[in-house]
Structures are given as structure tokens and as C-alpha cells.
Design a protein around this ligand. Structure first.
Ligand code: SAM
Length: 254
């Protein structure tokens, strides 16, 4: 698949996929969008002391990176599961320039070049828990999210040959506290915005769990409500979309 690197309005880069006529992030500001929707409106709104996060569409790892930084700043332990069907090459991601060569990341035990950690985020093995920093553990899972099913509270994939069946992810018992729903737009990939998938994500979330997404369309809001979520429309990122959605699995809901 052909991919083109483009600058967005806040100076950070994103990827453009000509085949889909779609970008990985908002052209109004890739980093600003990720920080606002997933960190400010999602992670910081979660009451969990040690959040378990599920990301639909790991992509460039920008959301994961901003989450790692927040984990180290806040001191909250975070477990992050990123689902991705089309993993990107490090050689492509490197060119996005998300990390400058002199940027350092300070963790509770040391200071290290941020670019090294960002590279590890991408080159670490798939299907395994990898502790990248004292407060951030990553598990990347290469799978088609449309094959996910919940059976007896456990996550399964339809296709028995899929590698995820043999990963710890398939026998996961602990629920998630937060879902970053970051699929390509419904007009470009309608199969990613299905009632079935939202029902599945609702089951995977713990009581009080939160799902955030950049898409505020009525049809998406109604699907989330049908799944059992209580949905809020919140202001979008500075200079970007007018509204975004935050859905909560509140007590006494379905
Ligand atoms: C909007 S981009 C995600 C951007 C990403 N969160 C980031 O920070 O770079 C959507 C992502 O969903 C992935 N994707 C597309 N179809 C998928 C599927 N069926 N299952 C899992 N991931 C899929 C794409 O490859 C892409 O990485």
C-alpha cells in the first residue's frame, strides 16, 4: 500500500493513504488531535489508578507514545494493548519526525533519549507484553478487529489460524478501563464502525470504563448508546473538529 508523509497544521506530520483517500490523523494537527481526544478527554478522565488501555488502530504509535509520556509524568502504571491489521515499517514511522534527536525522556529510574524508546515501541515483538518504561507496558496485537468476539467474557478471534489465538491476548481476563477508538473514518472503512464491534468493546470494558473517538456522527453515537454506553459530545481539539465523543460504561447500564 502506498503511503505519503504530509505535514499537518500544528507542524506535526501524518500519513496519507491515496488508495483510501484518507489520513491517519487530522490534517488540522495530528499531535494536537491525539493529545486532546485520547490523553486529555480519555486517559485523564479515567479514574482508574492503573489503566488498561485498548487501542483500535495502533498505526504510527502516536497515541501510544503520548500515553507512555503521560504514564511517566503521572506515575500511573499503564498497560497498553494496540490492535493493528497493517503494521507500519519503522523506516516509515521514523520519517514522521515525532521525536527530535535531542529529546530526553525522564522516568523514575533514569533519563534516556526519547527516540530510542519510540523505536522500541515499534520494533518490540508483537503478541507479547513488553515493559518499555517503569510505568508503561505494551502489547501490540496484529489482528483484524472485525474478527474479535467476546465469549464468556473472554476475547477470541473468529479465525482459529490467527496468531492472536496463541497470544496472552486471547485468554485475557482483566477488563479494559479505556478504549481509544481510532479507526479510519466511517465513510472510508464502514466495517470498522459496526454495532457488533461496539457491543464487543462494551463487554471488554470495566464498570466506569471510557471509550473516546474523534468521530461525533449521530450514527456512531446511536450505535454506542445501543451497545449500552452513556455518550457525551465534547469540544474537539483546538483548530480541529467541532465535537468528539466520549462514551462511558456507567453502573446500572446494559
Ligand atoms: C486512523 S489510523 C490510526 C492512527 C493511529 N492511532 C496513530 O496514532 O497513528 C487507523 C488504523 O487502523 C488500522 N486498521 C485498518 N483496518 C483495520 C482492521 N480491520 N483491524 C485492525 N486495524 C485496522 C489501519 O492500518 C490504521 O493504522
Amino acid at each position: 500500500m502506498k503511503i505519503i508523509i504530509e505535514k499537518t497544521d500544528d507542524g506535526s506530520a501524518t500519513l496519507f493513504v491515496p488508495e483510501l483517500n484518507e489520513h491517519y490523523h487530522s490534517t488540522k494537527g495530528a499531535r494536537t488531535e491525539s493529545q486532546h481526544i485520547f490523553i486529555e478527554m480519555g486517559l485523564k478522565a479515567s479514574a482508574s489508578t492503573a489503566p488498561r488501555i485498548l487501542e483500535v488502530g495502533f498505526g504510527t504509535g502516536l497515541n501510544a507514545w503520548l500515553t507512555l509520556k503521560e504514564a511517566e509524568q503521572s506515575g500511573r502504571h499503564i498497560h497498553y494493548t494496540g490492535l493493528e491489521l497493517y503494521p507500519l515499517e519503522w523506516q516509515t514511522i521514523e520519517q514522521l519526525g515525532y521525536i527530535s534527536n535531542d529529546e530526553q525522556l525522564t522516568t523514575s529510574d533514569r533519563q534516556q533519549p526519547a527516540i530510542e524508546l519510540f523505536k522500541q515501541l515499534h520494533t518490540s515483538p508483537w503478541g507479547k507484553d513488553v515493559q518499555l518504561t517503569p510505568h508503561f507496558t505494551l502489547q501490540k496485537v496484529e489482528t483484524d478487529v472485525n474478527k474479535l468476539r467476546v465469549e464468556n467474557g473472554e476475547l477470541r478471534v473468529d479465525n482459529a489460524n490467527d496468531s492472536v489465538v496463541n497470544s496472552p491476548f486471547s485468554t485475557l481476563h482483566s477488563p479494559f478501563n479505556l478504549v481509544y477508538f481510532d479507526a479510519f473514518a466511517p465513510e472510508k472503512q464502514p466495517e470498522m464502525w459496526s454495532q457488533e464491534l461496539f457491543n464487543c468493546l462494551f463487554v471488554l470494558l470495566d464498570e466506569g470504563g471510557i471509550l473516546t473517538t474523534y468521530c461525533a456522527k449521530g450514527v456512531v453515537r446511536r450505535m454506542l448508546q445501543t451497545a449500552g454506553f452513556t455518550v457525551e459530545r465534547l469540544p474537539g481539539p483546538p483548530g480541529g473538529k467541532r465535537e468528539i465523543l466520549r462514551a462511558r460504561k456507567t453502573r446500572n447500564e446494559k
